[in-house]
Design a protein around this ligand. Structure first.
Ligand SMILES: CC(C)(COP(=O)(O)OP(=O)(O)OC[C@H]1O[C@@H](n2cnc3c(N)ncnc32)[C@H](O)[C@@H]1OP(=O)(O)O)[C@@H](O)C(=O)NCCC(=O)NCCS
Length: 179
């Protein structure tokens, strides 16, 4: 495994860019997230019609090592309403690359992009037991505003319906060019 010093040198070479269709296999992380294959394809298609923005962190010679998705519009308008509020989700960095500021960088880029698009608020859900992610969001100015039952379902790569229950806190942040 690489040392932190090596990763820090490499972190300067990382590009944070919009996801392309050819990145889809990389999001499966060597099998860990194969179950989300169809979900990611659907998300990619939504991004093509402008409903969402999918960010990836690309490390030369390694490929995609992080992702962060944003819905601009959602069925639940309290999460994303298409003009002032967007919803961040599916945020993860590969374990060897965590803790050196990449997640923070991705969130800053996501927020600046939303401000440019005229959005003022970002919402997100964080699992109630995901203390480290919650600490990161709090440090970046997100505040807990509601409880979320966290029930959702998806079809896995075999077409089998999977039900998920992940009790979460909904957090939000006001974003504006002046902040
Ligand atoms: C949550 C997640 C995306 C954060 O990514 P990350 O790249 O580790 O984030 P950062 O490096 O910017 O920040 C993590 C911590 O490292 C610290 N850090 C950042 N740069 C650092 C550096 N150069 N040296 C030491 N520490 C540093 C940050 O201060 C932060 O600490 P804090 O949480 O106490 O504020 C990542 O941990 C992850 O993938 N987790 C699993 C999936 C997950 O839980 N996703 C969130 C779902 S809601």
């Amino acid at each position: 495994m690489e040392t932190r010093t090596e990763i820090n040198n490499w972190s300067d070479t990382i590009t944070i860019r919009k996801m392309q269709k050819s990145d889809l296999p990389a999001l499966e992380w060597d099998g860990e997230y194969t179950r989300f294959r169809d979900v990611y394809l659907m998300e990619f298609e939504r991004s093509q019609i402008g409903s969402s923005i999918l960010w990836v962190a690309d490390l030369p010679d390694h490929g995609v090592i992080g992702q962060l998705f944003v819905q601009l519009n959602a069925e639940r308008q309290e999460l994303a309403n298409g003009h002032s509020r967007a919803y961040m989700y599916a945020f993860r960095i590969k374990p060897p690359y965590r803790g050196v500021g990449l997640g923070t960088r991705m969130m800053n880029i996501m927020e600046s992009d939303l401000v440019r698009r005229g959005f003022n608020w970002v919402s997100l859900n964080v699992g109630k037991t995901n203390y480290s992610a919650r600490r990161l969001y709090s440090r970046l100015g997100y505040r807990v505003i509601a409880h979320e039952a966290g029930r959702w379902s998806y079809r896995d790569e075999k077409g089998i319906l999977q039900n998920v229950e992940e009790p979460a806190w909904r957090m939000e942040k006001f974003i504006s060019p002046s902040l």
